[in-house]
Design a protein. Sequence first.
Length: 380
Amino acid sequence: MDKRDRYRGALIGEAAGDALGYTVEFLREPQIFQRFGPAGITDYVLDEQGVARFSDDTQMTLYTAEGLLFAHTRGALRGIMASISYYMSFMYQDWYRTQTEDFSERTRCAWVSGFPELFARRAPGTTCMTACATGANGTLESPINDSKGCGGIMRVAPVGLFYSKSFSNMTRHMTYADIQLQGAEIAALTHGHELGWLPAGAFAQIVSMIVHEDSPLPEAVAAASATLSEAFPKARMIGALQEIMERALSLASSGLSDLDAIHELGEGWVAEETLAIGVLCALRHQGDFAGAIAAASNHNGDSDSTAALAGTIIGAQIGYEAIPHRFIEPLELHEAIVEIADDLSTGCGHLSEFAPLDRAWAHKYIHHDYVQWRREGSKY
Ligand SMILES: [Mg+2]
């Protein structure tokens, strides 16, 4: 399989799971099954325009992707860059502004803020909103709150796409421990509890191993679990995360129904449960994209985030071309999501201060006005 197909599959899979689950995020099981029948929700509920809308999970994931590319574009062209988290906090503050004001094009940091669709408010997480209002600048050492909500993990898939142990390119080569650290630092910008950012680190490694090394999911989960203590030698909650990840693996092969197995793990509002439920549903529906995101949507808990994680995993495994069309065509901004996945796949290796600049790339990751530039016919 073309590697780019996996990047696209992961990001479209994330958005598709989010869009399916968002419809039932705040419904309890009796309401879900009463409204959608015994199988629960299995297809998008489209709005009046025929569009399947995604929520804050996908919005913030797109900002994460842009943050990585923004940072590394600066690094490639200037030979120096600050930490990824430094750039990422600007991205998340831009997302926050889309949720709270109609800010002018000239003051935007992120080119994706040029999409009017991203200004929609779809139940943004309170922790992310509060943290972004004050700068989104938490670190592992200086937590800004005690939240372990899933707002950190739900947005870090691009880290696993961008970095790999198997890259020889210096900017994109990372050990597993460093990939975890990068994922965790990005989550810690807004989520201070260890279980708010440890699962984000683990998830970044899992995505990287699937996309770049074609690792089977149980192997990737076990490897991520084993890397935790190397990546975070001072963390105290590693045992709790390892325990629930192991439980997800054993429940996957148990005789329980999907729903009963999910109940054993929790509701997914907190990050370690989100990861466990996402992994469980992906494992129980190997190769079956529709089945995995439906299983991860139809429960009492945080359906959009658990289905977003399951969708990321399955999408990365089977690739974009194998995702059923009915989950792609009506999906909000699906062409832009594919373009961003392709940019993550290209990386910044083609950039050099001595080479002519790719104009589209410059309008995305230097001038941040790509949407307007495209709209005006690429004249300037
Ligand atoms: Mg959401």
